[in-house]
Design a protein. Structure first.
Length: 270
């Protein structure tokens, strides 16, 4: 069990369970490091031949576990993944952008993501070792699961309400997380910035050529300061947009180079 800096009685309950059941172990972070760090800690500390990532709020149905285990143990799969077939209970805007994200990343990335895929997943020891061999700081597990390969059997279920608590994932946090996925598994945005720059360079050269011809043939000077200012502002915006794309990649490189730990353990049962 991983306590990712919760502010309720989670740690107290973990201590009680660990005292009552010898097979239960827990880790408590010094602060909230995010779900990616929590999942990495679980993979690093797990010792079993099969490892399951599962939320504690029961949005992930435990009833699927026997079938997931059978898929890996008896059917030759290395991973048993789950995906939601519905997004009942989610805001319409969030559902729309979630589907848009999956379509977009599958266009710009060679790593294919399954729409509605959940973090609820069972992996064999071989798959876990492959995940642990990826030392990157900026982690996007849904992409990492697909990147390592291995045969995956998917189990579908309808979305259910959590038993307790409420989501901490605001629209802005989900947006930043989606950017993390796109930047981590695609360089297409960099190519887009380059193509936009080349395209507008060609348009500007063509415009200069046409204006020169107009002046030489008709001796007609070009008026229109307003339109000129609009064009300059537009091109400046385009440049800043392109620099912003490059900045996203540079910021990831900066975080990777610093080599800070993904998490810090304040307390554990071991």
């Amino acid at each position: 069990m991983i306590n990712d800096g919760s502010t309720d009685d989670t740690l107290t309950v973990m201590r009680q369970l660990a005292n009552q059941h010898k097979e239960i172990r827990y880790i408590s972070f010094s602060r909230n490091f995010g779900k990616e760090s929590a999942m990495l800690a679980g993979f690093q500390m797990a010792k079993g031949d099969y490892v399951v990532v599962m939320d504690a709020d029961l949005q992930d149905p435990p009833a699927l576990l026997p079938a997931m285990l059978q898929a890996i143990r008896e059917e030759g799969y290395d991973c048993a993944g789950t995906r939601r077939t519905t997004r009942a209970g989610e805001p319409v805007i969030r559902s729309f952008f979630a589907r848009l994200f999956y379509r977009l990343i599958n266009v710009v990335s060679s790593t294919r993501l399954v729409d509605g895929a959940r973090d609820y997943k069972m992996l064999s020891r071989a798959a876990v070792n492959a995940i642990l061999a990826l030392p990157e700081y900026n982690r996007f597990s849904k992409g990492l699961y697909e990147w390592i390969g291995f045969r995956t059997k998917w189990f579908e279920y309808e979305n259910v309400e959590r038993v307790a608590g409420e989501t901490k994932w605001s629209f802005w946090k989900l947006f930043k997380y989606s950017l993390e996925g796109i930047v981590a598994f695609s360089t297409a945005p960099l190519a887009l910035a380059s193509l936009l720059g080349i395209g507008f360079l060609l348009v500007s050269l063509l415009s200069i050529l046409l204006l020169c011809i107009r002046q030489l043939v008709w001796h007609d000077s070009v008026d229109g300061w307003t339109s000129l200012v609009c064009i300059i502002v537009f091109l400046c915006g385009l440049q800043l947009f392109s620099l912003g794309i490059m900045g996203q990649y540079l910021s990831r490189m900066y975080l990777e180079i610093k080599r800070r730990p993904n998490y810090i353990i304040a307390e554990s049962s071991d």
